[in-house]
Structures are given as structure tokens and as C-alpha cells.
Design a protein around this ligand. Sequence first.
Ligand SMILES: [Fe+2]
Length: 290
Amino acid sequence: MTAPTYYLHHVCIYDGEPRTNMWTWLKWYHAIPQYYWGGEEFHLTDQGHVDYTFLACGSAFQVQLEAPPFQFEYERNWAERHGSGLNHVCWIVDSAKASYDHLLANGCKPAQEYTEFGVYNGFVAKDPEGRWIEIMEYVGDFKTPDVEFRPFGIPGLQMFGVTQFTNDLAGQVDWYCAVMDLRPIHGSVESGIVYLADRDYDAASRNVAMILAEPTSAAELVEYEKHGALIGAIDYQAVDFDRAYPDALAAGFAEVSAPALDARTGLNTAVLREPSGNLINLREVFTPNE
Ligand SMILES: [Fe+2]
């Protein structure tokens, strides 16, 4: 079986108040590349329909704010168990069916079986630690629009990607590299954090990564205990880090820890909480170690 190529696209937040909470993101240099508030005529299944908003900030990676009622019962069950949380990471592929066969042959379990929705083909699988992986194959003209892939706004802010917490960092790095064809670009297993890039990563033009990390800080450990292995934080980097941080507070993000050197990454890092409660890491720009 030829392994599909996986490209990072978005992380989803279950957020019961997206119309209120999105203002915090918009005040922190984000844009809305697309929204789907179409009521019962769009992405309708026999179990529900969508309400979601995509937010972007200077990169190919985006955040999806998804609100009830949700398209499927299994999503409602997740929301009941976890409340607001970082629900899934989505990857774009050329063939969702090939990806479905590939991931299930490599230790994933289906959360939602392969489905042809008309505007896209896709499914949701659980990775070996149970985190949700959404796979999408665009069909026809349907596509969530991109924003410009360059540092944005006064502080040069970029939504950089997502952190997934694990207590088996070496095992999870091996799995994501072997199965989803990612490669390390920063950090190390020994330091407790590894930045992984997909095939299209380019520090100058497509600056996105998936980060695997052992939960370390008190805030991270609380999240890990609450949810189990989970998608733990959304990651940003800023050219003018010293400006991006107070701007985040002014926009309405809550402080978790003030800027300080993170020994794991060697980068100045602040931790914030977005309006529905999930962690945000803001770091200074780094130079990949490749
Ligand atoms: Fe999604």
C-alpha cells in the first residue's frame, strides 16, 4: 500500500459560544476565511448539522470553532464527556479512501467511517492514543479558503500549529513519522518536546507544525488528567513576541503563565487560555534545526 501524503490543515475547538468568543480571536489579528452557519440545509446528516467558523492568522493552519448541534451523535457524546476541548486535528489528503485503509491498517480505530459527503470525502479516526484525526479530501470546488502565509498584523503573528500531549513521546514520534510521514524539525525526545513537519513545511512560506510534548507544567498536567491523551494546545509564534503577548491579553485571552524561557524548546514562551478554556502557547520565532 502506498502511504498517502498528509498535510496539516486545522484544529477544532468545541465552543458553545462561537459568536461571542470569536471576537477575542478577531481582536488578536485573526481573520475568518470561511464560516458555515447555514442552518439545516448545509452539511446535514440524519443526526444533525454543522455550525462552524474557521479562523486563521498568517499561515496555512487554521482553527475551527464548532458549536452544537453537531453532525453526529458520536460528536455529541464527546462534547458531553469533555465539554470544550481541542477535538480533532484535520489533515488534507488526495484520497480519503486510501487514507482510511492506510490508517486503519496502522493501528487507528474509526470514530466516523469513510463517508462521501458530496462536497468532500472524509472520516475521523482515533490515533493509537485515542486522539481524533480528521481526514478530508476536497471534491470539486469546495475548499476552505487560505489566508496569506506570512506573519500578520503589528507583531507579525502566525498560527503555527498544534501541540498534542503524550506520555509516550518516543513512541508517538515514531508512529507519526512512520505512518503519517512527518519529520522532526525542532526539539528532541530527551527534552520532552518534538516539532514535526509535514511534506510541505517551509519556514519561509508554509510555516506549520504538529508538536508532540510530554505534559509538564501544572496547567498541562491538569488538562492531561481531565481529558486523557489529548490535543493539548494551539501554538503561535510572533516576530515581535514582546508586542504579541500584551496584545493577546488586551484582546481577551487569559494569562496562564507570563513570558519565560521554556527550557524544553529554548524559546521565550507565554501560555494563555482562549475564551472557551483551551491552552494557547505563544513563542518567539525559532530556527529549525534541520
Ligand atoms: Fe474539522
